[in-house]
Design a protein around this ligand. Structure first.
Ligand code: ATP
Ligand code: MG
Length: 580
């Protein structure tokens, strides 16, 4: 459905003359910025860095941000969600009730007030919305309800990077639905799915809705909206049959069992061969004939996980299986203690301490493979499950890769691409409503716990993702819906009175017709003005030059580069057409 963006801008569009406008463009690429959207946001004068992962928006950046915000707002409102605004300064008690005061760990910005009471800067607001519903909605007759806010969030990210794609202060739209039953939640979730599609369509993003992990605590369904981009931090697995999932979640099909005869287990001397690559070289074989054993620390327990030599552990699957909050590779000391050998020789046979051994499905299908011997410089060859060791559990613990068979159609080969997560919708269930006792009275006068969905959009991240997908070697190429201004009116020579007068007239006319225009009245060379206009990325440009006296101007589209000489009236009409 079409989105009508509330006309927030008209009133403020009075005089936008660039001679007095704060739009400090930069010629050089700032060294700190690795990706094009970050470079362009700095170069086009949209924002400036204040600290790692903390930015100020300058006027052009703020306008584009507000447009993105308004698209989100319109999409939510038109799907029946109600906007409200919570504080970013939140007392500890709420997060204690859900257990997340602990869980957030170092990601949470914490502070104390003058009375030594603990607060945090909200990283996300499930607890606060749940409490609000608990205190203000009492009857099933008031349901279902979906509430949202567009608000600043704080997360002390371990690795802030890529400008506002991963920052420590960012704008999020977070929404929460409250229903009485699963069917209600399903309907609320589908409604938000549709809202999200309309929102990302309106931003002209090229995106995919992918199946996502719902974490160890369950939740019955979850999808992420991913903007396709090589700089994306997420890997997406997709198939021609329509299946697409985050790598974290994508299921791997178990391989066909190898039917070879078992050979005798044999200890082999493998000096200086700790890594799979070194072993492949020294034994003159392929990584597929190894089963590597990795030791992890999951909360306070050590576990071993076995995978084929060329595979990668999927830590999300591992974490979910173990129900662990924290998961990391075990320290060298732990490995030495558990295996009795230096790092690089771990295996399932003859561990010195009894720890849980998990094997990936693929390992369970292998025969006569090489494993570490839990002894420095030694491996076993011809190891076999059932005869030489028995894992405690066999399951899916690896990352999907290109060429794997699709888990849904079972036929085609999976392909992968990278994506930037701009939104997430999640059937949360009763995790918070139970912990915080959020109930309503049902028709029998009994308390009934509500079922929640939660729905996030990274508003500031969207702004960067739009630029990531809409730019060229000269700068930003804004979609009309989010451009800070629709059109730049550029007199070639401001000292020429005919030119500057006509330019000002056109500019005033455009504004009077509701077009968001700037007038580049700076006394600069025209080359500089053109470069800035391209860099900032106004979708349209009207240049007033030598033919001003004849009432002829040049009309140019940023995206196609098409340029035409037109009469003033035709140029204005074309702008109106393009903007509407
Ligand atoms: P990520 O995996 O990227 O850290 P997340 O799973 O922590 O994201 P949610 O908690 O679901 O994210 O937040 C909702 C949305 O907020 C995300 O889809 C993303 O677009 C945005 N977001 C999350 N963290 C950041 C951040 N540090 N900077 C900017 N946007 C963010
Ligand atoms: Mg995160």
């Amino acid at each position: 459905m079409a989105i009508c963006v509330a006309n927030y801008f008209r009133k403020v569009d009075i005089q936008m003359k660039l001679s007095k406008y704060l739009a400090p463009t930069l010629r050089d690429v700032p060294a700190e910025a690795e990706i094009s959207s970050h470079q362009l946001m700095l170069r086009a004068g949209l924002m400036r860095k204040l600290a790692s992962g903390v930015y100020s928006y300058l006027p052009l950046g703020l306008r584009a941000l507000k447009k993105v915000e308004n698209i989100v707002r319109a999409g939510m409102d038109s799907h029946g969600a109600q906007e409200l605004l919570m504080s970013a300064l939140l007392p500890k008690e709420y997060y204690e009730q859900s257990g997340r005061w602990e869980v957030f760990g170092e990601d949470m910005f914490r502070l104390k007030d003058r009375g030594s009471r603990d607060f945090c800067l909200g990283p996300t607001h499930e607890e606060i919305f749940t409490d609000t519903v608990k205190n203000n909605i009492h009857s099933y007759k008031q349901l279902p309800v979906t509430l949202y806010q567009i608000q600043t969030k704080y997360r002390d990210e371990r690795r802030p990077r890529f400008g506002v794609i991963r920052s420590r202060e960012f704008i999020m739209k977070d929404a929460y639905s409250f229903d009485r039953d699963q069917a209600g939640l399903d309907a609320s979730y589908d409604n938000m799915y549709k809202a999200y599609c309309s929102i990302f369509d309106a931003m002209e993003l090229d995106y995919l809705a992918v199946d996502a992990d719902s974490g160890a605590m369950g939740g019955s369904g979850s999808q992420e909206f991913m903007v396709k981009s090589d700089i994306g931090e997420d890997t997406i697995a997709y198939c021609t049959c329509g299946y697409c999932a985050n790598e974290e979640k994508a299921q791997c099909v178990a391989g066909t069992p190898d039917t070879a005869e078992m050979k005798a287990l044999n200890k082999i001397h493998t000096p200086n061969s700790r890594t799979i690559d070194e072993l492949v070289e020294s034994l003159n074989t392929t990584a597929k004939s190894f089963a590597k054993t990795l030791i992890y620390r999951a909360d306070d327990k050590l576990v071993a996980v076995m995978l084929r030599g060329d595979r990668e552990v999927n830590e999300t699957k591992l974490k979910n299986h173990l129900g662990a909050l924290e998961l990391e590779l075990a320290s060298a000391d732990d490995v030495v203690r558990v295996t009795g050998a230096p790092v690089g020789f771990a295996g399932p046979v003859g561990l010195k301490e009894k720890i849980t051994v998990l094997a990936d499905n693929e390992v369970a299908a292998m025969k006569n493979f090489v494993i570490g011997a839990n002894e420095g410089d030694y491996h076993f060859e011809n190891a076999n499950i059932g005869r030489d060791f028995e894992p405690d559990f066999v399951g899916d613990f690896r990352n999907i890769t290109e060429g794997d068979i699709c888990p849904v159609c079972g036929k085609a080969e999976i392909k992968t691409c990278r994506g930037i997560e701009v939104g997430h919708i999640f059937k949360l269930g009763t995790k918070y409503t139970e912990a915080m006792n959020c109930t309503v009275l049902n028709e029998n006068g009994k308390d009934q716990t509500l079922i929640m969905g939660c729905y996030g959009i990274g508003v500031s991240r969207c702004l960067a993702a739009i630029i990531e997908q809409h730019s060229d070697e000269n700068g930003i190429v804004w979609p009309m819906s989010v451009a800070p201004y629709h059109v730049a009116v550029v007199p070639v020579n401001v000292k020429d009175e005919t030119q500057s007068k006509l330019a000002e007239e056109i500019y005033n006319e455009l504004i009077s017709k509701g077009v968001e225009a700037v007038l580049d009245d700076r006394d600069e060379r025209v080359g500089v003005k053109f470069k800035d206009a391209d860099l900032i990325g106004y979708p349209l440009r009207i240049t007033v030059g030598k033919k001003a006296a004849e009432g002829i101007v040049e009309y140019k589209e940023r995206k196609s580069g098409d340029m035409q000489e037109l009469t003033v009236d035709d140029a204005v009409a074309k702008v109106l057409d393009a903007v509407r």
